[in-house]
Design a protein around this ligand. Structure first.
Ligand SMILES: [Zn+2]
Length: 585
């Protein structure tokens, strides 16, 4: 059986007559909705009117998601198709216009007096979290003229700086390692060689990466420090956030203490990854383990798995956990919403698009039969289970918020790993899976948490007048603490931090990766302990979607509080992998 393709005709047929009609309907609904603007200026609506307003807003959002969703899916299945390209461009414009037309409501809601807002929010009970979240930024919002000035000046200020960083670094060209050809290559092509089997090639690739970034190191560092100062001036001085990282906590709706506990837990247990690297060095037969060897490949099982077998394995892994999970995952295929066949022009990567509450999600990936494809499949179907479980919520509540967004997907990968491990034909295969899991654990938990620790430090140092060289020194200290003597780090890594786009684009975003992955390990630990009793708890957690603060959702399923002990549970899982691997190799 060939990997399937989806059927987009379910949304709109190819000549799009219904699409034009729906677009016209959306415009009409929007026109009607903007009528509320005048009504709201006469004072707050009655709870009944407010409900009516929210229902209208939800309806038009549903229609908008359907239209823009169709355009994105058509584009993803063939990015070279000119009809899809132009539809996509058109929808982007329509959606930007729609956003502007609807903006008045959010501004009005945010500015409304607390006394007037509270009864309205509680009368619209199923919208409460979204409504409260919108207002949570009120203390950090400036009067409209000032917001307008910031927006305007950002175009040629902060945003322009980041765009310059992108333009500058995206045009970097690199010399490939000596044995790999002559012609200069881009960063992605260079980075392929850090996974080479030859240790010399890996080292060459890294040295070249940081030779190029390092040549501009001081100026990239200056750009970074300017972005850091801009972040502080705007968010601390003007918007009165408590600290630079507090901005991100508010956006994630997480208490700062929970993240601090996470980061300090990772710091305490950094040695665990050190043990893993020592073991990896032994298996690879390396005398010392260098930073260049982090992604060194192991002799991998190259056997291909045909689609039918692979899909069956993944569904069985869901079924091992719960029949409901299995049937929700299977539905994506049954409903013709799964695109897994390789094709020219198809968008790379993988995604699960949950367009509307209560509707079967759309999943795209490219299935080539490698083991990694099975994990991608499990991951995306995990997302699909999550959004279907949360299908009873309105459109503002059904998507999980960032800290919980990867819960089902990562948990599904764990389910698959568990099943494959149990059914592995030999110890070598089992060890291969454990290496995969531990590589992943390091890349998402250890590395990203230490990134966040560096950002905290860099913001602090910059405020106190540090130079780019001081930051480079701080970065080397960060690596020294992270690797604790288990990994030898070359001096060129002092410029790694200027090569991390996240630091420039979305300060402190990276901790969410650590948070999500370690959270799932903690959940996995509970599952190992409780067995079947855990199933309804996870189901409950997922079915809440994004209808409450992450901490509340966890607490309602009897999980948390998110203190050092909680995160410790996650590390026990990593300890378990490592112990098992020790006995195998
Ligand atoms: Zn995901």
């Amino acid at each position: 059986m060939e990997p399937p393709v989806w059927n987009l005709d379910q949304l709109y047929c190819s000549d799009h007559p219904k699409l034009a009609a729906d677009l016209a309907a959306l415009k009409e609904q929007t026109r009607k909705f903007t009528g509320w603007r005048a009504r709201l200026q006469n004072g707050p609506p009655s709870p009944l009117e407010f409900r009516e307003l929210l229902t209208e807003l939800e309806d038009l959002n549903r229609l908008a998601h359907r239209l823009s969703g169709f355009a994105s899916l058509a584009f993803a299945q063939d990015t070279q198709d000119q009809k899809a390209q132009s539809l996509m461009a058109r929808m982007n414009e329509e959606m930007a216009d729609l956003g502007n037309d609807l903006l008045f409501f959010e501004i009005w809601w945010k500015e409304l007096d607390g006394d007037q807002a509270a009864p309205l929010a509680s009368a619209a009970a199923d919208f409460t979290y979204w409504l409260t979240r919108t207002r949570a930024f009120r203390p950090h919002t400036l009067p409209e003229p000032e917001e307008k000035i910031i927006n305007l000046k950002n175009v040629t200020g902060g945003d322009a700086l980041i765009a310059l960083y992108d333009s500058l670094t995206n045009r970097y060209r690199f010399r490939p390692p000596a044995s790999k050809g002559e012609a200069e290559v881009g960063r992605d092509e260079l980075m392929v060689h850090v996974r080479d089997a030859d240790p010399a090639v890996r080292a060459e690739a890294y040295r070249e990466l940081y030779r190029v970034f390092g040549a501009d190191g001081p100026i990239l560092g200056q750009m970074y420090q300017t972005a850091v100062r801009d972040w502080r001036l705007e968010n601390i001085r003007l918007r009165h956030y408590e600290s630079p990282i507090d901005v991100r906590h508010k956006a994630n709706d997480l208490p700062g203490e929970a993240v601090a506990a996470l980061l300090s837990a990772v710091r305490d247990r950094a040695g665990l990854f050190g043990d893993f690297f020592r073991l990896k060095a032994r298996v690879l037969g390396l005398e010392k383990f260098r930073r260049y060897d982090l992604y060194a490949p192991l002799a991998e099982d190259r056997a291909k798995v045909d689609f039918q077998t692979g899909f069956g394995e993944v569904l069985a892994a869901f079924g091992d956990f719960s029949p409901l999970f299995r049937s929700l995952a299977a539905r994506v295929g049954e409903a013709g919403r799964f695109h897994a066949r390789p094709g020219a022009g198809k968008q790379g990567g993988a995604f699960c698009y949950s367009m509307l509450p209560g509707d079967t999600p759309w999943v795209l990936m490219t299935y080539n039969g490698r083991r990694q494809d099975l994990f991608t499949l499990a991951h995306e179907l995990g997302h699909a289970v999550h959004s279907q479980l949360a299908g009873d919520h309105n459109i503002f509540h059904f998507h999980a918020t960032l800290p919980l967004a990867e819960t089902a997907s990562t948990f599904a990968e764990m389910l698959l790993a568990g099943r494959l491990k149990a059914r592995a034909k030999n110890d070598r295969e089992r060890a291969g899976l454990l290496f995969h899991l531990l590589d992943d654990a390091y890349a998402t938990i250890g590395r990203q948490a230490f990134f966040a620790l560096f950002e905290i430090k860099a913001h602090e140092l910059t405020e106190n007048g540090a130079t780019a060289d001081d930051l480079a020194a701080a970065y080397m200290e960060n690596l020294a603490e992270q690797f604790g003597g288990a990994v030898e780090v070359g001096p060129e890594f002092r410029w790694e931090w200027v090569s991390i786009p996240h630091f420039f684009h979305t300060p402190f975003y990276v901790y969410a990766y650590s948070f999500g992955q370690l959270l799932v390990y903690s959940l996995w630990r509970s599952y190992e302990r409780e067995g079947a009793a855990f199933v309804p708890r996870l189901t409950e957690l997922l079915s809440r979607g994004g209808s409450e603060a992450p901490e509340k959702i966890l607490a309602a399923s009897g999980l948390g509080p998110l203190d050092v002990n909680f995160w410790q549970g996650g590390f026990e899982v990593i300890e378990g992998f490592l112990a098992e691997l020790e006995t195998l190799v």
